[in-house]
Design a protein around this ligand. Structure first.
Ligand code: GTP
Ligand code: MG
Length: 562
């Protein structure tokens, strides 16, 4: 059946999976692919030293270390929906990547480890979702391990995150007693069998609800009694379910399960698709000042972020919104990644389509330069796999290759002056010199470094030193430096040496009257240093707030800015 553009758009669901490290995002991603029919065998993420083989964690470093260091795009068709799923890294040091992904999605599945409850990083990511008013669905994972009390977990979500928590289902026991899920929508109890390594779908038997004798017999008396009480509590004291509240980010539907064992994955997938939003509008910041503060604060101090999002800005005129169903094509680049295919030196820009239809070979204007580009080399991305995509629609994420014209945050449009201002940027909080120990490798070293900086993995500063410049890297967290060194070595065959510094703050220096700043006229405190950022702006590096404040007090003619 041929669908109209509008029908195609309305069947898109684009979401990210987020959480604290290790809660099971990549495992859940793999299981959603299994249940969505996109893979036939799920690769398992085990804590054992052996290499893992998930579709999502495809970088060599990820497979070795068993953590995600970069977000991954996957998509599949399921039950009439076209699903775009983005697995994100949980570690704080890679959270810039996660925050960028949050601008490209319309909803989020937040994974919580049932034994641990809400952890730090989950809380921070949730705050970003709240500011963007992104609908959040919750999956309480690892119920096959000793878990916190079901009601306590729901209460913690409500208390800590200040959002209504509506249990879509309840776990039938936990730890070794974890047998399955009681689905509140149908009233049916789903009993699962474990499969070796969770590679295949878990066989499931469904029975009537708590009054069914089969259900009662299958559970230990302790579990059965607790479940009856929990059911009673959530039916009478819990929040009621209202799909509009979910879309408004006021209620999070909560699902229980075990991703590793495939328990509750089908219920999550179906429940999520039933209530998650189709592609949402984005703000057109082109030519209008809508007062978006694009990246105040830092990641670690928790008061970061916001790209231009549609919901948290009051008084947005609907004229400034680009509706997904607008006929003209528009989109923005939220991620750049090189060398996904180790056999080719390639470079892919990931584009979230905001409106209209994309056709391979079409031309679009790059808003930053005003230049027209032909988008010929477009792919559908599935982990590291890719296939040519001829058509895509608002809500989709596609990869475009073969041009180095793109920067993170760039807008592409059908020539109508649209500009998206979605991508937050963060001031780095740790800094290290990077040296090239073998001059013969200079070209490869430089090429690699330039690429990794363009991907937004780290920021690069130049420190003038006589006739030379020394390269200084800035990052949110030190693991980013490890990743730079690792990728330089493995993708560019270029060794490098890091030298840590004790700076923690970087600020651009601007004169109050708009005239160029003369570096020599500044009183720079001991321990601070002048450098230049990628736009060749003069910046200062400070070891502490004390040094920064000292500078401000002794340099009346200038201002410091992020
Ligand atoms: N017992 C148990 N372990 C699980 C379950 N789901 C995931 N795990 C394990 O938890 C560990 C972390 O899983 P990942 O899926 O890599 O977690 P992640 O959230 O993607 O981690 P990062 O991407 O590094 O933040 C792995 O050892 C998984 O095998 C589960 O349902 N039960
Ligand atoms: Mg992961």
């Amino acid at each position: 059946m041929l669908m109209t553009t509008q029908q195609e758009i309305s069947r898109r669901r684009t979401f990210a999976i987020v959480s604290h490290p290790d809660a099971g995002k990549t495992t859940l991603t793999e299981k959603l692919l299994l249940y969505g029919g996109a893979v036939h065998l799920a690769g398992s993420v085990t804590s054992r030293k052996k290499e893992r083989a998930t579709v999502s964690d495809w970088m060599e470093l990820e497979r070795k270390r068993g953590i995600s260091v970069s977000s991954t795009v996957l998509n599949f068709d399921y039950d009439g929906y076209h699903v775009n799923l983005l697995d994100t890294p949980g570690h704080n040091d890679f959270s810039e990547d996660t925050y960028r992904v949050l601008t490209a999605v319309d909803s989020v599945i937040m994974v919580i480890d049932g034994g641990k409850g809400i952890e730090n990083q989950t809380k921070k990511l949730f705050e970003v979702c709240r500011r963007r008013n992104t609908p959040v669905f919750t999956f309480i994972n690892k119920m096959d391990r000793p878990a916190l009390d079901t009601l306590a977990l729901l209460d913690e979500i409500e208390r800590v995150l200040k959002i209504g928590a509506y249990p879509m289902n309840l776990p039938l026991g936990s730890g070794v007693d974890f047998k399955g899920i009681l689905d509140r929508r149908t009233g049916l109890a789903h009993f699962y069998e474990r499969t070796p390594g969770g590679t295949y779908r878990a066989p499931v038997a469904t029975h009537g609800g708590l009054s069914d004798p089969v259900v009662k017999d299958a559970l230990s008396p302790l579990v059965y009694t607790a479940l009856c009480e929990e059911m009673e509590m959530v039916e009478h004291a819990g929040v009621s379910f209202c799909p509009e509240d979910v879309l408004a980010g006021k209620t999070t539907p909560v699902f229980f399960g075990s991703a590793a064992n495939n328990f509750g994955v089908q219920l999550l997938l179906d429940g999520f698709l039933g209530y998650s939003p189709p592609p949402l509008a984005r703000i057109n910041a082109g030519g209008v000042d809508i007062g978006i503060d694009n990246g105040a604060g830092g990641i670690n101090n928790g008061n970061a972020v916001d790209g231009g999002n549609i919901n948290n800005i009051n008084n947005i005129n609907s004229d400034n919104l680009i509706d997904p169903n607008t006929e003209t094509f528009s989109g923005f680049v939220f991620k750049i990644q090189a060398n996904m295919d180790p056999r080719h030196r390639d470079r892919m820009a990931f584009i979230r389509i905001v409106s209209g239809k994309f056709t391979r070979g079409m031309t679009a204007t790059l808003a930053r330069t005003g230049k027209t580009l032909r988008l010929s080399n477009s792919s559908n991305v599935f982990g590291r796999e890719r296939t040519t995509v001829d058509e895509a629609f608002a809500g989709d994420v596609i990869g475009v290759m073969g041009t180095d014209a793109f920067r993170i945050g760039d807008t592409l449009c059908d020539g109508d002056g649209t500009v998206f201002d979605e991508i937050p940027s963060f001031p780095p909080e740790c800094f290290a010199y990077i040296h090239n120990p073998s001059p013969a490798n200079y070209k490869r070293f430089r090429e690699g470094l330039t690429q990794l900086v363009q991907e937004g993995l780290v920021k690069l500063y130049d420190i003038p030193a006589g006739h030379q410049k020394i390269s200084l890297l800035g990052a949110v967290g030190p693991l980013q430096f490890d990743l730079v060194q690792y990728r330089l070595e493995s993708e560019y065959n270029a060794a490098s040496r890091l030298e840590q510094t004790n700076w923690t703050i970087v600020k651009a220096v601007l004169s109050k009257d708009g005239s160029p700043v003369d570096e020599k006229s500044l009183h720079i405190p001991m321990g601070a240093k002048a450098a230049f950022d990628k736009d060749e702006r003069l910046v200062l590096l400070f070891p502490s707030d004390w040094h920064k404040n000292f500078f401000v007090e002794h340099n009346a003619g200038v201002l410091l800015e992020d």
